[in-house]
Design a protein around this ligand. Structure first.
Ligand SMILES: [Zn+2]
Length: 183
């Protein structure tokens, strides 16, 4: 993956909490502890169960859980709709990242799309962990609401003078809320 270094350079931004970008940094390099990666490292799970915790797919890989899982797919589809983006058919996390960010258009738009993309990955992983460790049922529309509100908070916190929109305005028409510049 010769484009990985470029992606890794692009993920760090003041608006995005370090813990989120650190997680994404690992995910883009396939270093997160999915069940497939646990198996590759020689960790054997109970009942030899390496399937996706959120759908019946037999192996939980990074590309699967983040992008192509039935659950993640629902989240991404709602995010495309929210941003008025056309569908992205990439199934690799890296290709998905590049295509999603490219849709941002200009420099600020791309930075905001990087932020939204990372927030979505972070929330999907949290939902996955809540299912694995607490047996909580995933709810894609709640996850999407969380992504919308969380990205609004991140933008607001770092850009009090450039980003003055309410969470309602952000939810209704995010692209119109993209500021001229961000911190
Ligand atoms: Zn799945």
């Amino acid at each position: 993956m010769e484009t990985t270094p470029t992606a890794l350079k692009d993920i760090w931004h003041k608006c995005i909490p370090c813990k989120v970008s650190s997680f994404v940094w690992k995910a883009l390099q396939d270093r997160i502890l999915t069940r497939e990666n646990l198996l590759k490292r020689g960790t054997y799970l109970e009942n030899n169960c390496y399937s996706c915790p959120l759908c019946p797919t037999p192996f939980e890989s990074t590309d699967h859980i983040m992008i192509s899982c039935a659950y993640s797919n629902q989240v991404w589809k709602a995010i495309y709709k929210w941003l008025n983006f056309s569908h992205i058919s990439q199934s690799s996390i890296l290709d998905h990242f590049f295509e999603f960010v490219e849709k941002g258009g200009n420099k600020v738009g791309k930075a905001i799309c990087t932020m939204i993309w990372q927030c979505a990955c972070w929330k999907i992983w949290k939902i996955r962990n809540a299912k694995v460790f607490k047996d909580e049922s995933p709810n894609s529309s709640r996850t999407v609401d969380e992504i919308i509100f969380c990205t609004w908070r991140w933008l607001k916190a770092r850009n009090p003078n450039h980003f003055y929109y309410s969470s309602f305005e952000w939810m209704m028409d995010p692209v119109s809320c993209f500021p001229a510049k961000i911190a």
